[in-house]
Design a protein around this ligand. Sequence first.
Ligand SMILES: C[S@@+](CC[C@H](N)C(=O)[O-])C[C@H]1O[C@@H](n2cnc3c(N)ncnc32)[C@H](O)[C@@H]1O
Length: 581
Amino acid sequence: MQKESGKVFKDEDDATIKPEKPQLAKKKWRKSLRKEQALNEHLTWEERLAYSVTPQWKLSYNEQLQLKQKNQERILLQLSDQLLDGQHKALTSASSPKSTKLSFPLLPILPSPVTEGYRNKSTFSVNRGVDGNPKTVGFYVGTGKAGNIVCVNGDHLLNMPERHKLVARCYQDFLRRSPLEPCLLFHDGGHWREVTVRTNTAGHTMAIVYFHPQRLTPEEVKFHKSSLVEYFTQGPGAVCQLDSLYFQESSMTRCSHEESPYELLHGQPHIYEEMLGFKFRISADAFFQVNHGAGELLYHTVREMGLPNGGREGSTLLDVCCGTGAIGIIMSPRLRQVIGIEVIQQAVEDARHNAALNQIHHCEFLLGKAEVVLPGLMEVLTSTGSPVGPLTAVVNPARAGLHYRVVRALRNHPSIHRLVYISCKPEGEAMRNFRELCCSPDPQRKLTGDAFRPTLAVPVDMFPHTPHCELLLVFESPGIFGKTVYKLARHHNLEQASRIVACTIIEKEMSAFNRVKKGYHVLFIFMRRHLHRLLVLIHCNNCFFPAQQRDRISSLGHITEYENDRDGGKKCQPQQPATRR
Ligand SMILES: C[S@@+](CC[C@H](N)C(=O)[O-])C[C@H]1O[C@@H](n2cnc3c(N)ncnc32)[C@H](O)[C@@H]1O
């Protein structure tokens, strides 16, 4: 939870706002409020909230994108520095000079197709408003630390859709009619807590009301639940046309369905969404990308980056932190098998249901913490050997990043050559994961597998008007194929090395070039003669080729050009390609 002054409190997985409770007594709170007021006197409360929740709201969308691009570049340069530093220190025990250029491409940020009212999930807090009314529903301005939190309604926020604002206004009206007090501080009593609103592109709305029972009897709680249902179905709240109304009774700040069940008080149990032609059921407790249009862009990009040559029938995808299974299901037509891992039970049930809903039968979703499930799963995959085929991993953890055991299991598995890491906070804990993936093998930390290296980055703007975006980062490792060839080359068994490379290139790339047999022969002869080029080819072969480069690499001649581009023409002098189409 962030506690910076003037910042809102973000949900772990997206930019949903989470409440922070005021820590001071009412008198102190008023004093602190006056101080805050004095500091930002020129701003209205609504402006302060807008700067807090959507700090870029005054900028044009183009300016926002430029800022985000620069920010992602800065973060990736930091990563490059840290990786360089690691290598440099290992050799010289001195710090490396700061890098000014990335060693891999950062593509231009993909803009969100919709920039206003794009959120499909919002959580509204309950607390004292500017007028001191404790039954105010909105977002916090100020911080718990400074004790100057005030709740301001979010009707003017650019990222908030009308339907969410309407539910928030009605909930506030309901609270003000209710005889029960709101729960501002857990130990101070009170009952009504925040409300979460979820919507979909089909126009359906789900509301989830959180409630602290304190010392109420079950009958009393039942009475207040009924009044809530009545308000939203027959009373003034009926304008919200809720398709689902859930109620979570809990004495903890945030808990899962298992810890404290979501009780359906009215309507449909789920909300549905369609992404890239696939249908998804979403439960109250399950994560779903918060911006539909940008979510589709993200999934499209992950599919292209994870399976750059359109995928292969024999390969398996590990979808780590899979939520409702969206990534795995969308990529599944290009794969032999998908295995997803997710800790939230409702999300796993959704994922299994979603596979069936889309008539996909080769996806399996495992319930549990990735750090517990994955190491065992990797062992099983290793022991079953070849049947599983090559592995690609997509990881999309919450802000806390991946547990060290997850990184270790992924890195140490010889079949994983490509890993796509999706992060909405790459400068945070994800950076630690990047370092663990890319550092030199470290037997003490049981990081024995080949180091990965970042090869491509693509930002996707999931959160217009905020400083945040999603970053997709591709990591590749030479894997067992690369290792074998280098070993053979080192022992001067060049012919054998050439043969392996030729076969692998035929298998991996040549089918894409539509010249399998001819290509094999020509490549083989060519490679036997030019092993040093061949090693560059291995390098290329393991790289992700962005679409425009893939087009260029449509003949051996073009691959030669590409080699020359990569090393500035120093190692490989330009020469006639061995064959042309
Ligand atoms: C950012 S969401 C991504 C979900 C999914 N990839 C998608 O696109 O919808 C992160 C997911 O990781 C799950 N998660 C968090 N910690 C986890 C853990 N230790 N093991 C497995 N899943 C976890 C969360 O419940 C959430 O569904």
